[in-house]
Design a protein around this ligand. Structure first.
Ligand code: TXE
Length: 473
């Protein structure tokens, strides 16, 4: 009897391989197991790192035009399987099908955007005697850990710059959302030279093995600030380079001259898109007293029209929370607001199971020192906060250990931009929010991260400076 290979295998050294053990993946809308995936052992990790090491000399010497072509071919393979990938993404992540489709499309587009970037040689001196130039060289083998909120977008953030600059990669998806990423592994097994891009899945033990592995030269991580600190500590033992894209507690500042009806839905989606599970979701909304009541009422009315449900069903606009731990964390924050007697404008209750569903919850002007204001909620609950004076709003917006993103909303662009200049964050949006581009750096100030992803600066993170003093005779 012939045995068929299981679906969902890891990509190591150009081959699709299984592990001795597998673990189950849960659909957060049903809490049912939908598939099993390989649970990489330390030997599997060693094999992936070795494959990446062996591929490094050839890949780093490959002309950049060929590396661009490989990235474009990955992007095309993903685009050709978009419908299937989106279905998988909804089933493991929970997001509505339309959002999953745009994430797949976004992954493909991001890879093409990165593939078009340049890393020019910098000439710092040119005289009769000599020329001094700074070239950028790849670091070696990169280990990347992606989070469960945007499994494919985050994979693209890591794959694009890493491969373009001539490094090789061992990529680990979140144990909550490995399916679409392992499907990508299958799609690109024949597209990428063996060992250049390895994809391995594993349970909680795999992350610490990866970040302490002596054969890895750089770690790129997206996840919580607490885990980021642990990774920095373990990377310090061999002085691995690190890029950390961590949490945020992004403020929105709404000035008195806004068009309330126009911005209410925009602010809603800025906070509640992907169920609030976005590092740059708006997590605190500061509203000027002149427009506080009308904007509050407009957002609450809008919130009541939004359909929460299984992402695979027609009409669903918000799916479940991705996993049990995050569901419990968000519910604990809502329970704290209730216990403190905060005024809950909508939501706050339970949605009958199964599934990790939480109703859209909006809290009316809670104290600045409450958990819902101080902590990153990462779920569908947001506080509206009233201010009288813009200086006070800016001070409160900046009073956080985070510094990832922020937005300012106002009728007069110059006034709004002047406020944006005083908010301390890696990215500030004026009259829009959450948009990212492969052409510009994205990263956190303070405890929201170290380094950036995207743009030329994002490429630099995957390189080392090599300075040439070229004497002339
Ligand atoms: O992420 P964690 P979790 C935030 C959000 C959320 C919180 C927790 O606030 O509530 O993080 O989410 C690996 N060494 N964000 O628990 O703990 C492990 O594989 C090496 C923001 O899901 O950061 C795990 O799956 N690796 C974020 C992954 O890291 C380790 C997106 C993430 O774990 C490790 C997601 C270790 N010691 C959550 N410990 C964003 N920036 O967008 C764990 N891991």
């Amino acid at each position: 009897m012939t045995q068929t290979a299981p679906a969902y295998r890891m990509l190591i050294g150009g081959k699709l391989v299984d592990a001795a053990e597998r673990f189950e993946v849960i659909n957060p809308a049903t809490e049912q197991a939908i598939a099993s995936v390989p649970d990489a052992s330390e030997d599997d990790l060693d094999a992936a790192v070795l494959a990446a090491r062996q591929a490094f000399p050839g890949w780093s010497a490959t002309p950049i035009e060929e590396r661009r072509a490989v990235l474009a071919a990955i992007a095309d393979a993903i685009a050709a399987d978009a419908a299937n990938l989106a279905r998988l993404l909804t089933s493991e992540q929970g997001k509505p099908h339309a959002d999953a489709e745009s994430e797949v499309k976004g992954m493909s587009g991001y890879l093409k955007g990165i593939a078009a970037l340049e890393l020019p040689v910098e000439v710092v001196e040119e005289t009769d005697k000599r020329r001094i130039e700074v070239r950028r060289v790849p670091i070696g083998v990169v280990g990347s850990i992606a989070a469960w909120n945007f499994p494919l977008s985050l994979a693209a953030f890591k794959i694009g710059p890493c491969l373009l600059t001539g490094n090789t990669l061992v990529l680990k998806p979140s144990p909550f959302t490995p399916l679409a990423t392992l499907r990508v592994a299958e799609l690109i097994a024949d597209v990428v030279p063996a060992g250049v891009l390895n994809i391995i899945s594993g349970s909680d033990r795999l992350g610490p093995w990866l970040t302490s592995h002596p054969g890895i030269d750089k770690i790129s991580f997206t996840g919580s600030t607490a885990t980021g600190k642990r990774i920095m500590e373990s990377a310090s033992h061999s002085l691995k380079r690190i890029t950390l894209e961590l949490g945020g507690n992004d403020p929105a500042i709404v000035l008195p001259d806004v068009d309330v009806a126009e911005i209410a839905p925009k602010l809603f989606w800025s906070a509640f898109g992907n169920n609030g599970q976005i590092c740059v979701a708006t997590k605190r909304i500061y509203v000027h007293k002149d427009v506080y009541e009308p904007l509050r009422d407009a957002i609450v009315e809008y919130a009541k029209t939004v359909q929460v449900g299984d992402g695979s069903q027609q009409g669903t606009q918000l799916g479940p929370i991705n996993n049990r731990a995050q569901y419990d964390r968000v519910r604990a924050i809502i329970a704290d607001s209730k216990a403190q007697g905060h005024d809950i404008l909508t939501g706050g209750g339970d949605i009958e199971g199964p599934g990790f569903f939480i109703p859209v919850t909006i809290i009316d002007n809670p104290p600045e020192d409450s958990r819902i204001v101080r902590e990153e909620q990462f779920g569908p609950v947001v506080p509206l906060l009233r201010f009288d004076d813009v200086d006070d709003a800016i001070a409160r917006a900046n009073d956080t250990a985070y510094g990832l993103g922020a937005s300012v909303w106002g009728g007069d662009e110059d006034t709004a931009t002047a406020v944006a200049e005083r908010v301390s964050a890696g990215t500030v949006w004026v009259n829009e929010s959450r948009n990212l581009t492969p052409l510009a750096p994205f990263g956190g100030h303070r405890q929201s991260g170290i380094g950036v992803e995207g743009g030329r600066e994002g490429l630099m993170e995957y390189t080392l400076a090599k300075t040439y003093f070229l004497g002339k005779r």
